[in-house]
Design a protein around this ligand. Structure first.
Ligand code: HPA
Length: 276
């Protein structure tokens, strides 16, 4: 089966090359809790997703759908504000399209950020967690049906999150005196939050946090040969971990509270990345 649509990542990449002469090797995808990074970015060019063929039109408020060329911590970067989520009803092909376009553009290293619920009992709302590994519980794999004779279908995910990039994040956390957690991210399709029984099950499976994004992009990025790092803002304790009920406003509230720490962490990361 070939489920390809007409959108071609190389066409999108050509469009990106046309709008700016900047050729960064690092791209950063901003999820909930990380949009404040934009205040630290020296923007040289901003382009709406609507102007890039094949890019998604995000439907979640607060996810803008814009791609920025700029300098972050004096390092040239591409910053993506807004992503397509599986829970919005997009096909996996659409969810991962931007990552494939980044690879075609020449990006080599990808930092993905997201909001997640804390499962690990030691975690607190407002913590940040560097992903060490993931569990794909979305019930779908973005490589299913994907046909590209130049790319491996059976992608190895043994060291899915790059050790060097992870170490860089840990170093930034230390420099900023941020208590950075490390752990396993479990991805669900959403958009409902989990039941307490599901969270108990996920804890037994080895998950430290749960969220509704990132994993499809990570898998596609690894297929394209990108090095990947990812970081979660723990915006709430997962269902049943605390007595409180879960709500999207709570997620946004925590994200707002720690937005400066998140932005500094990402800025430092870009700065140190530029020195290696
Ligand atoms: N569950 C799933 N996704 C999330 C959560 C959660 O508790 N918090 C933020 N994103």
């Amino acid at each position: 089966m070939n489920v390809s649509t007409k959108a071609n990542p190389h066409t999108a990449a050509a469009q990106l090359r046309k709008v700016s002469p900047l050729r960064p090797t690092l791209a950063i995808v901003l999820g909930s809790g990380f949009h404040h990074v934009l205040t630290e970015l020296q923007v040289t060019k901003k382009i709406s997703y609507a102007e890039i063929p094949g890019f998604p039109k995000p439907t979640v408020s607060g996810h803008a759908g814009e791609l920025y060329f700029g300098q972050l911590g004096k390092t040239p970067v591409l910053v993506l504000s807004g992503r397509a989520h599986f829970y919005e009803g997009h096909l996996m092909e659409r969810v991962t399209f931007a990552v494939r376009a980044l690879a075609a553009f020449g990006i080599r290293d990808l930092l993905l950020t997201n909001a997640a619920g804390g499962i690990n009992k030691n975690f607190r709302a407002g913590d940040f967690m560097v992903l060490t590994d993931h569990i794909n519980f979305m019930g779908a794999n973005p490589l299913r049906g994907f046909v590209d004779s130049g790319l491996n279908r059976f992608v190895d995910l043994t060291d899915v999150y790059d050790a060097g990039l992870r170490a860089l994040l840990v170093k930034c956390g230390k420099n900023l005196k941020l208590k950075l957690r490390a752990g396993v991210y479990l991805a669900v399709s959403g958009p409902s939050y989990e039941t307490p029984a599901e969270i108990r099950a996920f804890a037994r499976l080895g998950a430290d946090a749960v969220g509704m994004s990132t994993v499809p992009e990570v898998i596609a990025a690894r297929q394209c040969g990108l090095k990947v790092a990812a970081i979660s803002c723990i915006t709430n304790l997962a269902a049943g971990i605390s007595r409180q009920k879960l709500s999207h406003p709570e997620v946004l509230e925590t994200a707002e509270r720690v937005k400066q720490s998140g932005a500094r962490l990402i800025e430092q990361f870009a700065g140190l990345y530029g020195q290696i």
